[in-house]
Design a binder for this molecule. Sequence first.
Ligand code: PGA
Length: 239
Amino acid sequence: MKPLLAGNWKMNGLSASVNEVEKLIGMFDGSAPDDVDILICPPATLVGLFATEFSDEGIAIGGQDCHRKASGAHTGDISAEMLADAGAAFVIVGHSERRADHGETDAVVCAKAEAAQRAGMTAIICVGETESERKAGREKDVVGAQLSGSIPRQAENYVIAYEPVWAIGTGMTPTIEDIAAMHDFIRDRTRKDVRILYGGSVKPGNAREILAVQNVNGALVGGASLKAEDFAAIIKAAL
Ligand code: PGA
């Protein structure tokens, strides 16, 4: 399976950030490598600009969230159709920051994944346990419930991102054995052709080891995707 290296820029980036992506492409002699899929999910304000600038350079562009409906009276929200219209091919749904900050339940995440599919995009469905859930030994129960609640029944094209909440932005990661165990667990509950990404403090220094784990089919990278050098090093670790 071709690895997917996805950068989640979160609430970071202005129009001048085009330079950072150009720098990234420059690190691969001007065109993205064929052996990996590279995705950048900038804030919604930059999706159209990035899609125009970079789709011909082998970099896919994605949104970080979408509304479940195609249009309507939902001030401040963006639909999957709008993201697709702006040139996005992917959209992250159910990121733990959305689940925590906006109270998104599995049912909401599932509806957003369906919206992505309806708009012709690939949803990256995020799951992951909190620190207290892991300490209590409940991580597989939690992730199993999130998977059954968040993946649409008629799902076609989707990606799963396993992101332990306690590893996001903290510099902490599970052990390689724990990552392997969780990815095997997720593989048993998803189709064989679905990519399962690991996310949470992926850095140039740990990417190679994590990406070598069976059933880790790429990474969802936050902080380290903002710097061209770091994201390039992570991409190279997958080659
Ligand atoms: P991080 O974030 O790489 O900064 O830990 C990952 C994510 O939230 O997707």
